[in-house]
Ligand binder design. Structure first.
Ligand code: ADP
Length: 496
């Protein structure tokens, strides 16, 4: 009987389910985009019930044509958009309100107050994170104050809080668990002691009882209920999406790094058992923790808007029909004619950490047409990555000779070539850019004894490389223009 691993990949833009075969390659993918709610500027919400129903639909979709039976699935891995969190009723499973998405800025003021009270270094030392509305703590605190029904459920101990992994685990198994890679994104988890931090829970007035139990990333998280696929299958791996991509890109040794071009852009470098404290605006985070082992740490640079800017061209400006069309239009022109798009729609992440920055288009002249704007938007992904890579070099002092890439927008060849040019580094794109889904499948499959790291490595198809071609003077000119454009976007929104 064939051995498959089912990867449940709950991203910011879509829910995906992926079947990975015993060679460690993807056999089938089912995907469904779901609704993004923008109640007012800077606010981003998801309907947790829609996340669940879309996820269930794609999981079942994999087996609809009866070519593979659920009985052939040995184990499940879950990977998910991180930081996004919600409250739900433990008894009924009903969310108390919409999930607040990682991009949401409603708690920017609360974060300012924390920084003003001198908590920045204290929180960074405990959590590896900078104080920013991006992380779950202030979002959970906000929901506890603003969602109806909190008081009653607290009294009977029927309130659950969690990130999307714990929501899916709960819906699939009834258990309330999370793993350290997800917990380390909440700003409530002490990454030195690998436990929820009592002082932080007190600070944010979040009761420990509503949080999931944190167990190692490759634990047995429970079996899925039989009504889901007709059979009970154990969940044996849970990782936040970026950590999963690091695992899936086989960055298992210290110094190895990858960059994922999804909704946002996330560069992670494995720093092994050492937590590196960034001086350059990067985050320290837990990459994974395997049963019986100490956590493995990573340095991370998070860019909030990357592929989402291409979605904006499609859904907001409506100047492309499909996101891959961005390459077609960008190729129509030689360059952007000096136009820069800074997609700081929800503020700026690493290395700027400016919650009040907003997006801008600069350098417009009358001869600029939509192709230039599309090209400039694509290029903004590469510039933002450049900013993050520079910080990584500063912090780790290890030169990155090759950058491994993945995620939806990494399929864009023009972007990858421009990225190689901007970084002056070789870009290595794996044959399959679904590193996130593969990563958590590998984690579960290694645990189940289906693969070893070595067999996986030998099964992976060769990657495609993009080599730098641009001369230094041109690169410097372009990068100077980018820095100028970013400076114009900073500190834009009024602080209340
Ligand atoms: P997530 O896991 O965050 O949902 P994905 O890795 O699925 O993200 O990537 C989807 C993102 O990539 C979308 O924001 C989309 O705009 C972008 N994208 C997908 N294909 C392309 C392409 N060929 N060119 C540019 N952007 C793309």
């Amino acid at each position: 009987m064939a051995n498959y691993i089912l990867s449940i990949d709950q991203g910011t833009s879509s829910s995906r389910a992926v079947l990975v075969n015993s060679r460690g390659t993807i056999e089938k993918i089912s995907q469904s985009e779901f609704t993004q709610h923008f109640p007012s500027p800077g606010l981003v919400e998801h309907d947790a019930n829609e996340i669940w129903s879309s996820q269930l639909k794609v999981i079942r979709g994999l087996f609809e044509d009866n070519t593979i039976e659920p009985e052939n699935v040995s184990g499940i891995g879950i990977t998910n958009q991180r930081e996004t969190c919600l409250l739900w009723n433990k008894k009924t499973g009903a969310p108390l309100g919409r999930a607040i998405v990682w991009q949401d800025r409603r708690t920017a003021n609360a974060c300012d107050q924390l920084n003003a009270s001198g908590k920045f270094d204290w929180i960074k030392e405990k959590t590896g994170l900078v104080v920013d509305a991006y992380f779950s703590a202030t979002k959970i605190a906000w929901m506890l104050k603003n969602y109806e029904g909190v008081e009653e459920l607290l009294k009977t101990n029927d309130l659950c809080a969690g990130t999307i992994d714990s929501w899916l685990i709960y819906k699939l198994t009834g258990n309330h668990y999370t793993d350290p890679s997800n917990a380390s994104r909440t700003m409530l988890f002490n990454i030195n002691s690998n436990t929820w931090d009592t002082e932080l829970l007190d600070l944010f007035e979040i009761p420990r009882s509503i949080l999931p139990e944190v167990i190692p990333s490759n634990s047995n998280f429970g079996k899925i209920k039989s009504e889901i696929l007709g059979v009970e299958i154990p969940i044996y791996g849970v990782l936040g999406d970026q950590q999963a991509a690091l695992f899936g890109q086989m960055c298992h040794e210290p110094g190895m790094a990858k960059n994922t071009y999804g909704t946002g852009c996330f560069m992670l470098m494995n720093t092994g058992s050492k937590k590196v404290n960034s001086k350059a605006g990067l985050l320290s985070t837990i990459a994974w923790q395997l049963e019986g082992m100490n956590p493995v740490y990573a340095l991370e640079g998070s860019v909030f808007i990357a592929g989402a800017a291409i979605q904006w061209l499609r859904d907001g400006l409506k100047i492309i029909d499909e996101t891959p069309d961005s390459e077609y239009y960008a190729l129509k022109v030689e360059d952007t004619k000096g136009v820069y798009v800074v997609p700081a729609f929800t503020g700026l992440g690493a290395p700027y950490w400016d919650m009040y920055a907003r997006g801008g288009i600069f350098g417009l002249t009358r001869d600029v047409d939509k192709s230039h704007i599309i090209r400039a938007t694509l290029e903004s992904l590469a510039y933002q990555t450049y900013d993050v890579l520079n910080c990584m070099l500063e912090d780790s002092s290890v030169p990155i000779r090759v950058l491994k890439v993945d995620g939806g927008a990494a399929n864009n060849n023009l972007l990858m070539q421009f990225q190689a040019d901007m970084l002056n580094t070789i870009i290595e794109r794996p044959a399959n850019t679904e590193s996130t889904a593969l990563g958590v499948a590998y984690l579960a499959g290694i645990r189940l004894g289906i693969w070893t790291k070595e067999t996986l490595q030998s099964n992976i198809n060769p990657a495609e490389c993009f080599y730098p071609e641009m001369d230094k003077a041109k690169r410097s000119t372009l990068l100077r223009g980018w820095a100028k454009a970013v400076s114009r976007c900073k500190d834009w929104e009024d602080k209340d």
